[in-house]
Every structure is written in structure tokens, then in C-alpha cells.
Ligand binder design. Structure first.
Ligand code: DOR
Ligand code: ZN
Length: 347
């Protein structure tokens, strides 16, 4: 008989964008309702590059958590060509910064201040290895000549593999992996190398960007890939291998910024994230593997204690609203106007 209910340790979202200001106030409650903690991305319009900025940003997030909910933002800093060794040491000493994010300059939203050549930050990465602070990687090459569907595969070969060879003890999370190449690479790498996987890359392949016309709300980076890659991701996520864990990459943009002649990359999945992931695991007869992926492996990789709280999901259809508030604007959640087949009971 089909399992109709599942209770798991309160999960962690190990890759999340919450923006700032009024937009932040709109989206933080969606994540806090489901997750114990989240790794907060630092790619604000003014990137979070210092411990002081991260401290203020952390407080802004905490102030937006609804009364009665325990939620801990796990902060990160944005690596630039000019990040200093002192900043790395201060980040480690802060106790609330859990990693540094490497955006290759120009790779995605607000990445212009990112690293122009990984060799520029080798001394900083060496210090991170020394103090054992993880590196979180947006793994795509930025050469505009390279086909957008090949950028992750080339990044692994040209940048990530040499980096690991040079710094074999550095903990690295390859964020939001999208290809079978990335799955294979992470599986064959040491236990210092892990990866997050989004719900949208588990649920959709690249046809979803073009179903009946151009679908701007299905555009994200790294871009959705072929079905064979989606299947490799599902296999990795549901395998019980602790190198693969949950990171939504929920990335809210106002409706107008998505539905534009140059639409922004990012999908808003924080509203129904756990329901979407549960659906994937259910469809693949692996509900028993959900807790490891969502609540255990990520915490272990980041050297965090597991949450002592739990959440419960039930097999029950519910309709996702057509839109949600995002400050004074609107954001279109994934599956807007359609159904989710699992429901979080203790919302
Ligand atoms: O789709 C994406 N949106 N990918 C990223 O890497 C960044 C994110 C954002 O911040 O909007
Ligand atoms: Zn992201």
C-alpha cells in the first residue's frame, strides 16, 4: 500500500536566496515554516563581502522570521578578487559564517563582483582549507562562446578538478548540480566534495523552458538540462549517498523582471519546497531516503548538529496560488495555479 504520510527531522535548505528589504520580509517566512536552517547566498546588489555586512544581513533575516518559529540563517560571504586572508580568518572566528561563495564573474545574477580568475584567490582558498571553512561553488564557465548547456561540464574539467588537486582538503559544495557529469565527478571525488540538488532540476528537464512557448519562470542558472541528466540527478538524490543533499536555490524575482525581454534567472520554490522534493522521492519509490537527503547529510557536511524538531507531510493535493507577494510586487511560485500532491501538515 502506498505510504500516505511521512515524518522527518526538520530539514535544512543548504542553498537559498532571500534578497533584502521588503522582498526578504515576504520570502523568509516561507522557508522558516519548513526548514530549521538555510545557507544564505550573499549575491545581493551590494554583495555581502565582510563579516560586518553578514552580521547585519543575518539580523535582518532573523527579524523577518515569524513569531514562534525557530529558524537559523547560516551566513556566507561573497568571494571577490580582493577578498583578504584576514577576512577568511574573521569569518571563521565569527561562528555564524559557514562558507564562502565563488561566483565566476558574470556567471549569474549579481555576479559581476565575482572572481575573474580562480588563480587570483588561491591564497584565500588555502587559508579556507587551513581553517576548514567550506567553499560553495557556482560551477559554470563564463566564456560567452561556450554553449550554455555545456558550461557546468567544462567548469568541472577546467576549473574544479585542478582546484581540488591543488587543495585536496578544502571542503567544497558544488551547488545546484544539473548534469550526469557533475554526479559522476562528485561520486568519484573524496569525501571533502559534496553537491546540492534543487527541486526544479529533479522535476523538470529543458523541455519545460519551451512548453507551448517560452516559459520565463522555468529559466534558471545553471539552465535545465536534457532528461538523461535529470534522471541522473534523481538517482543521486534518492540513492542515500551522503554527498548529495538538499539546496533549493529558491531565487525570487519580481514577476516583471522574469516576464521581460531579458528575463532574470531563478525560480521561486521556497513556498512549496518540501512538498516538491517529497513528490520526487515518492515518484521514485524512495520516501525512505528523503530524510537523509533533506535533514541529515547536509548538516553533517557542514559540521552542524541535526535539528531535534520534525515536520510531517501528507499525501494530499493542494493548489499553489497564481502569485505571491514580493514586497510591493509579485513573485510567481513554481507550479503556480497547479497542484502539489503532498502537503506539509504543521505549517
Ligand atoms: O537561477 C539562478 N538565480 N541562479 C543563480 O545562480 C542565481 C540565482 C539568483 O540569485 O537569482
Ligand atoms: Zn543560487
Amino acid at each position: 500500500m502506498a505510504q500516505n504520510e511521512i515524518q522527518i527531522t526538520r530539514p535544512d535548505d543548504l542553498h537559498l536566496h532571500v534578497r533584502t528589504g521588503d522582498a526578504l520580509k515576504s520570502v523568509v517566512p516561507d522557508t522558516a515554516r519548513q526548514f530549521a536552517r538555510a545557507i544564505i547566498m550573499p549575491n545581493l546588489e551590494t554583495p555581502v563581502t565582510s563579516v560586518e555586512q553578514a552580521g547585519k544581513y543575518r539580523q535582518e533575516i532573523l527579524d523577518a522570521v515569524p513569531e514562534g518559529i525557530d529558524f537559523e540563517p547560516l551566513m556566507t560571504l561573497y568571494l571577490t578578487d580582493n577578498t583578504s586572508v584576514e577576512t577568511i580568518k574573521a569569518a571563521k572566528d565569527s561562528g555564524f559564517i559557514h562558507g564562502l561563495k565563488l561566483y565566476p564573474a558574470g556567471a549569474t545574477t549579481n555576479s559581476d563582483a565575482g572572481v575573474t580568475d580562480v588563480r587570483n584567490v588561491y591564497d584565500v582558498l588555502e587559508t579556507m582549507q587551513l581553517v576548514d571553512l567550506p567553499l560553495l561553488v557556482h560551477g559554470e564557465v563564463t566564456d560567452p562562446v561556450v554553449d550554455v548547456f555545456d558550461r557546468e561540464r567544462l567548469f568541472i574539467k577546467e576549473i574544479l578538478a585542478p582546484l581540488i588537486e591543488r587543495l585536496p582538503k578544502l571542503r567544497i559544495v558544488m551547488e545546484h548540480i544539473t548534469t550526469s557529469d557533475a554526479v559522476d565527478f562528485v561520486m568519484s571525488a573524496s569525501d571533502k566534495i559534496a553537491a546540492t540538488i534543487t527541486a526544479h532540476h529533479l522535476l523538470m528537464n529543458r523541455n519545460a523552458i519551451f512548453t507551448g512557448g517560452v516559459r520565463p519562470h522555468h529559466y534558471c542558472l545553471p539552465i535545465l538540462k536534457r532528461e538523461e541528466h535529470r534522471q541522473a540527478l534523481v538517482k543521486a538524490a534518492t540513492s542515500g549517498n551522503p554527498k548529495f543533499f538538499l539546496g533549493t536555490d529558491s531565487a525570487p524575482h519580481a514577476q516583471g523582471a522574469k516576464e521581460s525581454d531579458c528575463g532574470c534567472a531563478g525560480m521561486y520554490t521556497a513556498y512549496n519546497a518540501m512538498e516538491l522534493y517529497t513528490e520526487v522521492f515518492d515518484l521514485n519509490n524512495s520516501l525512505g531516503k528523503l530524510e537523509g537527503f533533506a535533514s541529515t547529510y547536509g548538516a553533517a557536511f557542514y559540521h552542524l548538529p541535526q535539528s531535534t524538531d520534525s515536520i510531517t507531510l501528507q499525501r494530499q493535493d493542494w493548489k499553489i496560488p497564481a502569485s505571491l507577494p514580493l514586497g510591493q510586487e509579485k513573485v510567481i511560485p513554481l507550479r503556480a495555479g497547479e497542484s502539489c500532491h503532498w502537503t506539509l501538515t504543521n505549517k
